[in-house]
Design a protein. Structure first.
Length: 335
């Protein structure tokens, strides 16, 4: 077979990856990695391989590669939450998780298929190599729906009794315990937990909270209709109408719920934290700029996203993968 000026074999079908490797003086796998922008290849080698490929008119045939490998090189990321006016998809959860997931998967040469649990029957989702689920739903309902696909699955949430799936999440129990200890240290003894304990993560936060109190304070659990500012406001406003200020501390399962609770308290001329202390969960960017600045339990969501991606890639590659919890940190501010 004749060669062109650069030493590339003349091939009517165009140059192959092996041809690029021969001219560049590297292995075929290095060419593959360089064309996928893998961090396993140095910048110098990546640029050299790409330059040669461009000069020779080479195009990576992703479809052919995936068919040969019996993979789609895509991961479906399913968001359990239903976007509503008071809790849009632009909130830090799930955006920070998605940022970490996308960073890790694209670096590994995988594409991300973003969807909701209502759209699981689409071709891109059905053809994915695995799934990441953000949120378990009430009583783990969303997990059971996705498990029917038979695809490798990693879930952001909290471990459940009898759960047979891999979970990545924050240590919600310890997060709740840190709030309980802070209230005790402040002398708060009549407390409200504001959150829907049908969700595994919220249930763990509440359990840790009560455990840390060790019977030294009373806890009344209120289940808001959503994880929104409005739901937090309505829950506390209704409680104040029914029972007056019969409590001196509120632990809300999210920052939005906590902010709504504070608004309800201040509208009835109760002072935060003098009359009622309020602590949120998530430590979203808005927590620090809220008035007064909100004390909250910090979650490392971006790190969680990276870990979710690493877990699902391990499962796709046949590795043994186990659940893992990330630490939390109570960030004390002025509430």
């Amino acid at each position: 077979m004749a060669a062109n000026k650069s030493g590339m074999p003349a091939n009517e079908a165009g140059p192959t990856m092996e041809d690029i490797a021969r001219v560049a003086g590297v292995s075929t796998i290095t060419v593959s990695r360089a064309l996928r922008a893998s961090p396993l290849v140095t910048d110098k080698t990546r640029e050299k391989v790409r330059r040669i490929a461009e000069e020779q008119g080479y195009r990576l045939n992703v479809s052919a590669r995936n068919l040969r490998m019996r993979r789609s090189y895509s991961i479906a990321v399913v968001v359990e939450m239903t976007p509503i006016k008071g809790r849009p998809m632009s909130d830090p959860y799930p955006l920070e998780l998605l940022g970490g997931i996308t960073q890790e998967l694209t670096t590994a040469g995988y594409s991300v298929v973003l969807t909701s649990k209502q759209l699981l029957d689409t071709a891109p989702v059905q053809g994915a190599d695995g799934m990441i689920l953000l949120g378990q739903g009430t009583h783990g309902e969303a997990v059971r729906v996705l498990q029917k696909s038979g695809l490798p699955l990693v879930v952001w949430g909290a471990p459940e009794d009898g759960g047979s799936y891999v979970v990545v999440g924050s240590d919600n129990r310890k997060g709740g315990m840190s709030v309980g200890r802070r209230f005790l240290g402040q002398g708060r003894r009549h407390l409200i937990f504001l959150g829907d304990v049908d969700h595994a993560e919220v249930k763990e936060r509440c359990a840790g909270f009560i455990e840390a109190l060790d019977g030294q304070a009373t806890v009344h659990i209120i289940r808001p209709r959503a994880f929104t500012f409005e739901a937090g406001f309505d829950s506390i406003a209704s409680l104040l109408v029914k029972k007056g200020r019969s409590f001196d501390g509120v632990f809300a399962a999210s920052d939005l719920l906590a902010m709504g609770a504070i608004r309800a308290l201040t509208e009835t001329r109760l002072r935060v934290p003098d009359d009622v202390s309020v602590i949120g969960y998530d430590d979203t960017p808005g927590a620090a700029s809220f008035v007064p600045p909100l004390t909250s339990v910090h979650q490392y969501l971006r790190d969680g996203g990276v870990l979710l991606a690493k877990k699902i890639l391990g499962m796709v590659n046949g590795e043994v993968v186990t659940s893992e919890m990330l630490p939390t940190e109570l960030v004390a501010r002025q509430t």
